[in-house]
Ligand binder design. Structure first.
Ligand code: PLP
Length: 248
């Protein structure tokens, strides 16, 4: 007779739940790619595990997910350490607003920073990555909100600053320029906003041909993002379930 401890069976139930969610997300990605005439292999799925425990990262990793996103260093650093201690070393993507004084911590575990939106942060990441001896992939986060009234809480550089930031990243020896990232604007349909992002991405790629990444699309709008050329989708809720209200 096999004895299953309660916590073991809870983990098995969670694994089954995550597997079902993952299958549904992958089906959405396949359908969106088919509609856009793209290959599903062009899309990298990043599981955004903020507010969820390291055990969920390990379960999703068992299910084949190799890319994980986090938006707060205070939460991400211990989570990445807990996974590493258990022998799980996925690719970590930092996707949240980042203070320059956290750059040293973030470059110690993150492989990719999606939220680079100002020159001071480029300099801090470049310096700290060089000190750590790691090469960090960076995306310029573009604000798709009304340029007249950018919301500082959401992050992102105005479109007019994107090429300058891309050049600054490119000039840092320890950073590599991967492309652009955006969050859909509030109070506007996602598709036309992602179409603007695609144009900005093309202008960046014209100057920096290897900067091909477009990180766009979350649980509610991954389909629209894929229709407009997204290469990386950042999925939280649809994979992991609802997050409790966030208290800072
Ligand atoms: C939380 C978060 C996501 C995932 O959002 P869902 O709607 O839960 O899929 C993606 N990108 C960023 C920057 C986030 O902070």
């Amino acid at each position: 007779m096999t004895v299953i401890s309660p916590s073991e069976s809870a983990q098995e139930r969670r694994l089954a739940e995550l597997a079902a969610n993952l299958a549904a997300v992958r089906a959405r990605i396949r359908a969106a790619c088919a509609a856009a005439g793209r290959a599903a292999a062009e899309i990298r799925l990043i599981a955004v595990t903020k507010t969820f425990p390291a055990t969920d990262v390990m379960l999703l990793n068992r299910l084949g997910i190799e890319d994980f996103g986090e938006n707060r260093d205070q939460e991400a650093a211990p989570k990445a350490a807990a996974c590493a201690a258990a022998g799980v070393r996925p690719r970590w993507h930092f996707v949240g607003q980042l203070q320059a004084n956290k750059a040293g911590s973030v470059v110690s575990y993150a492989d990719v920073v999606h939220s680079v939106d100002r020159a001071r942060l480029v300099a801090a990441l470049g310096r700290r990555a060089a000190l750590t001896g790691r090469e960090i992939s960076c995306l310029v986060q573009v604000s798709l909100d009304d340029a007249e009234t950018p919301d500082p809480g959401r992050g992102g550089a105005p479109p007019g600053q994107v090429l300058g930031l891309a050049a600054a990243i490119h000039a840092e020896p320890a950073l590599s320029l991967a492309g652009v990232m955006a969050v859909a604007p509030l109070g506007e349909p996602a598709r036309p906003a992602y179409a603007r992002l695609r144009q900005i991405a093309e202008s960046v790629r014209t100057e920096f041909p290897s900067a091909v990444a477009i990180s766009a699309g979350m649980s509610d709008d991954l389909d629209e993002a894929i229709a407009e050329g997204a290469t990386h989708v950042r999925i939280g809720t649809a994979l992991l379930g609802g997050r409790r209200a966030f208290v800072r």
